[in-house]
Design a protein around this ligand. Structure first.
Ligand code: ADP
Ligand code: MN
Length: 330
């Protein structure tokens, strides 16, 4: 029978609630969530495929309670990956305060397949609360907007982790050598006068072998995806409050250089994340990962036919694009 021991803590979340999980292979990202978030994933896949392309691949849902159906989480995960269908499966999970819902969404882990994934969560919006938010929450979130880059730029850096090279030690550097920028960084250290610095700290890291040349290429690659996301959002009618852009790239400079060389040798392996090859759609020949950009966190996202594009989220997307353009030297 499956046990809680089959799931492991996901240790690479850079923001958000506690309680995210993964499988031992690291292919899955499992997050306790609301029914509304699951509904948004399902309706996006069904009716908004251009947008769904930029969501993490949705594998299905788990019911986080005591019942089981005789499979381990590895088996369940393997089934979901193989089938790409969306059955409901049940695994037991320890009960804890942080999990207020039985429901969890099973997604592709966007950081899987990287040697040293650098990860940044950029939370979008000037207004951060949905219409149904409690008055107390509206006031609290408006204060966050007022005090951060949300106000002028429509986004803030919610958190990031950046690899600093083999054997790196120092302030806020974990045992694997990642520098951790927690939620206080974007909340209290970053303002519109130094926001470029945050992106520079994320993309360029001499000690990890990511120099100006390599970093510029990363910024350009991110810009291409952010531009596409902007276009998709401009052509759809959605509202996403407190959703994020999730940026991941190879943080080991040597591995990054190799991955880029391999991609330039065989263009079919030049992929963004989930295997969309830029050439023909033949087999699963996917080279080492270079980067991924995803939109995540749809707890307060809905489709609003007839109401026009989400200018609140778009403001942040455009600001991020401007910064990436600058860093990419284009
Ligand atoms: P919350 O509602 O708790 O804010 P999010 O969906 O924003 O949940 O996820 C929290 C964090 O987990 C993100 O900041 C990111 O670091 C990580 N994360 C979310 N989705 C994925 C994913 N598909 N793959 C890898 N990491 C993810
Ligand atoms: Mn979040």
């Amino acid at each position: 029978l499956p046990s809680r021991a089959d799931l492991i803590d996901y240790n690479y979340a850079v923001a958000g609630h506690d309680g995210t999980l993964s499988d031992v292979d690291g292919e899955l990202f499992i997050k306790p969530c609301t029914a509304a978030e699951v509904a948004f994933y399902e309706s996006s896949i069904t009716s908004h495929p251009e947008f769904a392309e930029y969501m993490p691949t949705y594998m299905g849902t788990l019911t986080l309670d005591g019942s089981q159906n005789g499979k381990t989480i590895e088996e369940v995960g393997a089934d979901l990956i193989a089938k790409h269908t969306r059955p409901e499966v049940v695994v037991p999970v320890k009960t804890g305060k942080r999990i207020e819902t039985n429901l969890a969404v099973v997604l592709e882990n966007a950081a899987h397949g990287f040697v040293k994934p650098n990860i940044m969560d950029v939370k979008l919006g000037v207004r951060l609360w949905a219409d149904d938010a409690a008055e107390e929450k509206k006031i609290r979130f408006d204060k966050v907007t007022e005090e951060t880059t949300h106000k002028d730029l429509g986004f803030r850096v919610a958190g990031m982790r950046v690899w600093q090279g083999h054997g790196a030690t120092g302030l806020d550097i974990d045992e694997e050598g990642y520098k951790i920028y927690d939620k206080n960084y974007g909340r209290f250290s970053i303002h519109k006068g130094n926001v470029y610095e945050a992106f520079r700290n994320f993309i360029f890291s001499e000690s990890a072998g990511i120099d100006e040349e390599l970093g510029k290429l990363v910024a350009q690659a991110f810009l291409a995806d952010v531009t596409r996301i902007r276009q998709v959002l401009e052509n759809q009618e959605s509202r996403m409050f407190s959703a994020s852009l999730l940026f991941v790239f190879e943080g080991d400079g040597a591995a990054l250089r190799l991955a880029m060389e391999e991609a330039s040798r065989s263009p079919a392996t030049l992929v963004n994340g989930d295997g969309e090859s830029s050439e023909e759609d033949d087999e699963d020949v996917v080279g080492p990962k270079i980067y991924v950009v995803k939109v995540i966190d749809f707890a307060h996202a809905t489709w609003v036919p007839g109401q026009g594009p989400d200018e609140n989220a778009l403001h942040g997307v455009r600001s991020v694009a401007k910064i990436l353009k600058n860093l990419g030297g284009v």
